[in-house]
Write a protein that binds this ligand. Structure first.
Ligand SMILES: CCCCC/C=C\C/C=C\C/C=C\C/C=C\C/C=C/C(=O)SCCNC(=O)CCNC(=O)[C@H](O)C(C)(C)COP(=O)(O)OP(=O)(O)OC[C@H]1O[C@@H](n2cnc3c(N)ncnc32)[C@H](O)[C@@H]1OP(=O)(O)O
Ligand SMILES: Cc1cc2nc3c(=O)[nH]c(=O)nc-3n(C[C@H](O)[C@H](O)[C@H](O)COP(=O)(O)OP(=O)(O)OC[C@H]3O[C@@H](n4cnc5c(N)ncnc54)[C@H](O)[C@@H]3O)c2cc1C
Length: 642
């Protein structure tokens, strides 16, 4: 199963080897539990491990393999981030995709050797989503052949970029490019921020940390201001766009090609989210198979809480989602790598499809991951609320994904643009022009769903039902939009008035893609036992998801009430079938105790001993009487007794 999850036998084996090596290297372990550290201590601890990794990485992993790097990162540095989180996730990808060969030769080897630390500075205090209204300017000075970076007012301060505050000395900065008083829109520039020897900010740069956040606090998200700060013309990233010495602007082959670093993260973060969801579920499911509370049959002893149907219903559909996200994520990364290769050689024809797909997936996956992690936390009762479970930290980090790389509602609306265009093709009889991901919009569906009507139809009738509701909602939302415009409404106003319905269409389309990716994977599996276990999980997935969106299929009578009863019964049937495999389905992800960082979810299952040991090690328990008591509470009580 691990081979299915991680993509191949070899990958699963390598993960085990890497975890085993790390287990033997105490210098790479947390020196004490992270929840007992201050933010400063965590940052220090992370930097300590990071430097050891830079020295020893080659002994543990193949540093050119992103999957091995990611695993090493999760084990050693953990999900709360590290001082170079953005260096690998956005800085290097931005340089790789947007710098010219000559620029890459100058900067990439230095970045890869970690001679310099970089980040991606785009968002500002006043604008994040609306890139067209960013305020930082890069004005070309023809006389010196330099760009002058400037922050005109407080709202133009860069705000949020990870590791910008304290760790990075370089950044890819996005600024509006102005040449001879003409604004060419946001463009990426390579900018040095700090002196390479002293790490002091360079003159003209104001920089710092934005303060503690809901989670992800090892990362020093930062602010940055420029006071007429000059950089050479050749620091504009020039793979696709060029500015010649005389100020001549050569436009890129696609207007949004400079957004590729964002698409990179959107494509890769899906598996990152799946891992966080599976981690939280692993903790909760292990704990639920140890925790005994109450009886189902009063004549019998207390049961493991995992025997309760409500507990299974809380956890198992999310287990199915974690697998589904992992499989959909793997497909998306493949597509991204393909499009990136094409893009580098000038073929931009697939960019729109990739943008639409990743926008939808990013939104649905992060939202459902957040839901699943929070349910996992509540499924642990009181102990879920303790940092000993570590689930609240996992939640805090994962939920950030709903916001970063494009706020979810906004990204769903990006997919909706693509769907509306596709709907227009269908309506004008040009279905043959539809891309493969939306081809179903042009296919006539049966008048009613055939779920429960055709024996041994596998998952086909489920997929058709998802297709039907997604198509119907897309066409309905598009009709509403076109209708408003026909009535004379301005395009943008009409769009806003339909945006809730449009986003519903985007979610349904994305959920269909996730279901199909799961079906495709199960169909490929040769090992009969693995296929059987995943088929059960897929049954739960399709029935649970369909029940969740049933109103869309009921409103036009595509599903009947009796079919809905059948679907509901299937959910209960598969909850029971999955119960014996539940812990194994999560243990198959092979997270080590080091990586999970959860006292509650350790592999040994000694929950109570581990919790008591953990509580005793709390810094508050170093002394029996705290100074808060001697200084305040004791005098208060004494005064009251007088
Ligand atoms: C195994 C290896 C594992 C590796 C691990 C990798 C990742 C790890 C996982 C997790 C990450 C962990 C840590 C990172 C944490 C945080 C990092 C966070 C970073 C950031 O947040 S960076 C800042 C991100 N900011 C945004 O995303 C801003 C969102 N806004 C936008 O993207 C845009 O403003 C907009 C909403 C898309 C609108 O853009 P605009 O220029 O105004 O265009 P429109 O007029 O709306 O549209 C015009 C047209 O263009 C199309 N379009 C837009 N974008 C793209 C694109 N990217 N590609 C192709 N086409 C695009 C759009 O669809 C429109 O097309 P039409 O045909 O409809 O006109
Ligand atoms: C943990 C974390 C890490 C980050 N790292 C980085 C980084 O490394 N580099 C970087 O540059 N940035 C980073 N960011 C910033 C992040 O990319 C932005 O916060 C994000 O893009 C959302 O933009 P915003 O904050 O402007 O939200 P806003 O756009 O102000 O969103 C507020 C509300 O307005 C709604 N809204 C906005 N526009 C529209 C619209 N057109 N239609 C409908 N609704 C709309 C949204 O849906 C939301 O409900 C990070 C953020 C976080 C939380």
């Amino acid at each position: 199963m691990a081979a299915q999850i991680w993509g191949s036998e070899k990958r699963a084996r390598r993960r085990r080897e890497i975890s085993a090596k790390i287990a033997q290297m105490p210098e790479l372990h947390d020196s004490k539990p992270l929840p007992f550290m201050t933010r400063e201590e965590k940052i220090m601890e992370s930097a300590r491990k990071l430097t050891i990794l830079t020295e020893k990485m080659g002994q543990i992993i193949d540093p050119t393999d992103p999957a091995e790097l990611y695993h090493l990162n999760n084990e050693v540095l953990g999900l709360e981030g590290n001082p170079m989180a953005l260096h690998g996730v956005m800085f290097i990808p931005a340089l790789s995709a947007q710098a010219s060969d000559e620029q890459q030769a100058k900067w990439l080897p230095r970045a890869l050797r970690r001679e310099i630390i970089g980040t991606y500075a785009q968002t500002e205090l006043g604008h994040g989503t609306n890139l067209q209204n960013l305020e930082t300017t890069a004005t070309y000075d023809l006389a010196t052949q330099e760009f002058v970076l400037h922050t005109p007012q407080i709202t133009a301060l860069k705000w949020w970029p990870g590791n910008l505050g304290k760790s990075s000395n370089y950044a890819v900065v996005v600024a509006h490019m102005i040449i001879k008083a003409k604004n060419y829109g946001p463009h990426p520039f390579m900018v040095q921020l700090r002196d390479e020897k002293t790490h002091e900010p360079l003159p003209g740069i104001t920089i710092g940390d934005i303060g503690p956040k809901m989670a992800y606090n090892i990362v020093d998200n930062g602010f940055l201001g420029f006071n007429k700060y000059r950089i050479p013309r050749t620091n504009l990233l020039m793979r696709h766009t060029k500015v010649e010495a005389d100020g001549t602007y050569i436009k890129p082959p696609h207007a949004k090609i400079n957004y590729s670093a964002m698409v990179h993260v959107r494509a890769y973060m899906l598996t990152g989210q799946a891992i966080m969801l599976a981690s939280a579920l692993n903790i909760a499911t292990r704990y639920s198979s140890v925790r005994r509370q109450g009886q189902i049959d009063k004549s019998q002893p207390e049961v493991k809480v995992l025997e309760y149907q409500t507990q299974q219903h809380r956890l198992f559909p999310s287990i199915a989602r974690a697998y589904a996200f992992q499989f959909a994520g793997a497909e998306t990364v493949k597509l991204y790598e393909h499009v990136l290769k094409e893009m580098k050689s000038g073929n931009v024809s697939l960019m729109a499809d990739l943008h639409a797909l990743t926008s939808g997936l990013k939104s649905v996956v992060t939202y459902q991951t957040g839901e699943g992690i929070e349910q996992a936390r509540m499924a642990c009762g009181g102990h879920g609320y303790s940092m000993a479970s570590y689930i609240s930290e996992i939640y805090g980090v994962a939920i950030g994904g709903c916001t970063y790389e494009g706020e979810n509602m906004v990204m769903l609306l990006q997919l909706a643009r693509y769907l509306v265009k596709s709907a227009a093709l269908v309506k004008s009889g040009q279905s043959s022009k539809l891309g493969p991901l939306v081809a179903y919009l042009g296919v006539k569906s049966e008048p009613t769903s055939l779920i429960d009507r055709i024996p041994n139809s596998g998952f086909t009738e489920y997929v058709k039902t998802f297709q039907h509701v997604s198509k119907r909602q897309t066409l309905k939302a598009a009709d509403m939009f076109f209708g408003l415009m026909e009535k004379g409404e301005k395009r943008e106003i009409a769009w806003n008035k339909c945006s809730v319905e449009l986003n519903r269409a985007s979610r349904l389309h994305t959920r269909l893609f996730i279901v199909e990716a799961f079906v495709r994977r199960v169909n490929e599996i040769a090992d009969i036992r693995i296929k059987e276990a995943l088929t059960d999980l897929l049954h739960l997935h399709v029935n649970y998801e369909l029940l969740d969106i049933a109103s869309y299929a009921l409103e036009d009578g595509f599903l009947s009430a009796s079919q809905l009863d059948y679907i509901r019964d299937q959910v209960y049937l598969y909850l029971g079938k999955i119960r014996p495999n539940a812990v194994s389905l999560l243990d198959s992800w092979e997270f080590s105790d080091i990586e999970l960082r959860s006292v509650l979810g350790r592999r040994d299952g000694n929950v109570y001993e581990n919790l008591f040991k953990w509580a005793k090690s709390s810094p508050l328990n170093k002394t029996d009487v705290l100074s808060s008591v001697t200084q305040y509470l004791k005098p208060m009580m004494e005064k009251a007794r007088l």
